[in-house]
Design a protein around this ligand. Structure first.
Ligand code: NAD
Length: 489
């Protein structure tokens, strides 16, 4: 029987689909129903070698092309992605369970933005500088790193494949991308589109695999850089392995971000921001503002409106355009989220709404109700650990200095947000919050033009913007002597 999202083969290497049945089986499951939609194989060491060798062979010629010519191909890929937005969004929904209402506006389109942006700035963003030195002078060049490895998480499979691929390719590198074993399908579609757009063979290879496969890529001597999107524990392992032979690394890791609502804020906007920052993608967003600090004076009103709007969320079939909240990506993630909800109850947080499994969906799907806890205190497990599900913790606060200190009291430093009508205060507060990406009077917007990434244990390096080009290239400095060499001997 043909499975409904079965790709031609598991891997995409050197411009074509490749299979190696010797690799362990990866079953791709549609999280809304538990249906197996594709059966793939993890890469064997031979597949890993093949992918890296193909990237290594193709990269020098690509790097020698003009950035404008490289960019043209990326922009063509962006156009194809937009033309196929519906088809790609359906695939993303099958891969992740995220509602089509979201994927159609947030996934392939975000990937296409990335190809369009990096295709456009490749020519201008890679310039070096001229440094006058009296008679002598020097100049710098921005050169590609070589073969880059991208390793993805399961929450935004297509976006992550593009956010890593676009700047890497624009800067003249080749990429070998390994999607998460939970969501193996989207990256293959991206690889196909890039080649249809004219990308020479070998420059964007996709191989499947899990935590056993990742190290084969990270430890490979021909790999110059590793960009990981994943959890903090994985980040520590990957960074340590990459340090073994001093590879470049970008780490996009987890978070437990504070979202602070002062009592002068527009309450409806703040409630909307908090809901987007906790329930979008069923809460599976690294930058989510999962610790919502609400100033005591507006607590009752904030919770009243939040409860009403949360209870009105349409949960159900992700392919139905009216559905606003789909299932978790996997049964394991569903169980993990439910166990955090139980911890919240046991440790004394007050359940405002949700807290279990919705009763209007199939028991085979990995659904969890959107859940709000109030009266959460800083030491509770649900306020300290990343849950990665639709669980919002509302904490009370009284004054600015207190909330800044409590907001920063975490090992993470990915994101933070502030809602207030007082713009002076907004800037003063974000200035003191320890995070890589911050929002004032909005939350979780990440257009390709702005740098995105974390501080503290949430990682280092940046994706998107001109900053990403810098992370996929390095400076070469050339000193030019214009006169005779003055040697003392
Ligand atoms: P994960 O850390 O379990 O896995 C991430 C990827 O790393 C997967 O492809 C996995 O196969 C691979 N991997 C696991 N062990 C490895 C190893 N030792 N060497 C090499 N590769 C290895 O993360 P996940 O569960 O897929 O994703 C959820 C996590 O990702 C959350 O913590 C979330 O916050 C984070 N995330 C961060 C961002 C960001 O941009 N900062 C975005 C999305 C998700």
């Amino acid at each position: 029987m043909t499975l409904r999202a079965q790709p031609k083969a598991s891997h995409f290497i050197d411009g074509e689909y490749v299979e190696d049945d010797a690799g362990s089986v990866i079953e791709s499951i549609y999280p809304a129903t538990g249906e197996i939609i594709a059966r793939l194989h993890a890469a064997t060491p031979a597949i890993v070698e093949k992918a890296i060798a193909s990237a290594k062979r193709a990269q020098p010629e690509w790097a020698a092309m003009s950035p404008t010519a490289r960019g043209r191909i990326l922009k063509r890929a962006a156009d194809i992605m937009r033309e196929r937005n519906r088809e790609l969004s359906e695939l993303e929904t099958l891969d992740t369970g995220k509602p089509i209402q979201e994927t159609i506006v947030a996934d392939p389109t975000s990937g296409a933005d990335s190809f369009e942006y990096f295709g456009g700035i490749a020519a201008a963003g890679l310039n070096g500088s001229y440094i006058p030195l009296g008679g002598d002078f020097a100049y710098t060049k921005r050169v590609p790193l070589g073969v880059c490895v991208g390793i993805g998480a399961w929450n935004y499979p297509q976006q992550i494949a593009c956010w890593k691929g676009a700047p890497a390719l624009a800067a003249g590198n080749a990429m070998v991308f390994k999607p998460s074993e939970n969501t193996p399908l989207g990256a293959l579609a991206i690889a196909e589109i890039l080649h249809e757009a004219g990308l020479p063979k070998g420059l964007y290879n996709v191989i499947q695999g899990d935590r056993e496969t990742g190290p084969l890529l990270v430890n490979h001597p021909d790999v110059a850089k590793v960009s990981l999107t994943g959890s903090v524990p994985t980040g520590r392992k990957v960074a340590a392995a990459a340090a073994g032979n001093l590879k470049h690394v970008t780490m996009e890791l987890g978070g437990k971000s504070p979202l602070i609502v002062f009592d002068d804020a527009d309450i409806d906007s703040a409630v909307g921001g908090a809901m987007l920052g906790n329930f979008y993608s069923t809460g599976q967003v690294c930058s989510n503002g999962t610790r919502v600090f609400v100033q005591r004076k507006i607590k009752a009103e904030f919770l009243k409106r939040l409860k009403a709007r949360t209870e009105a969320i349409a949960i159900g079939d992700p392919m139905d355009e009216a559905t606003q909240l789909g299932p978790m990506v996997s049964w394991a993630q569903r169980d993990k989220v439910l166990s955090y909800i139980e911890k919240g109850k046991a440790e004394g947080a007050r359940l405002v709404t949700g807290g279990g499994i919705p009763n209007n969906v199939s028991g085979e799907g990995y659904y969890v109700q959107p859940t709000v806890f109030a009266d959460v205190t800083d030491e509770m497990t649900i306020a300290r650990e990343e849950i990665f599900g639709p669980v919002m913790c509302v904490l009370d606060f009284d004054d600015e200095a207190e909330v800044i200190a409590r907001g920063n009291a975490t090992e993470f430093g990915l994101s933070a947000g502030v809602f207030t009508a007082d713009l002076t205060r907004a800037h003063r507060v974000v200035d003191q919050l320890e995070a890589g990406t911050l929002w004032i009077n909005t939350y979780n917007l990440c257009p390709v033009e702005i740098p995105f990434g974390g501080s503290k244990q949430s990682g280092f390096g940046r994706e998107n913007s001109l900053a990403a080009l810098e992370h996929y290239s390095e400076l070469k400095t050339v000193y030019v002597g214009m006169g005779p060499v003055q040697a003392p001997y």
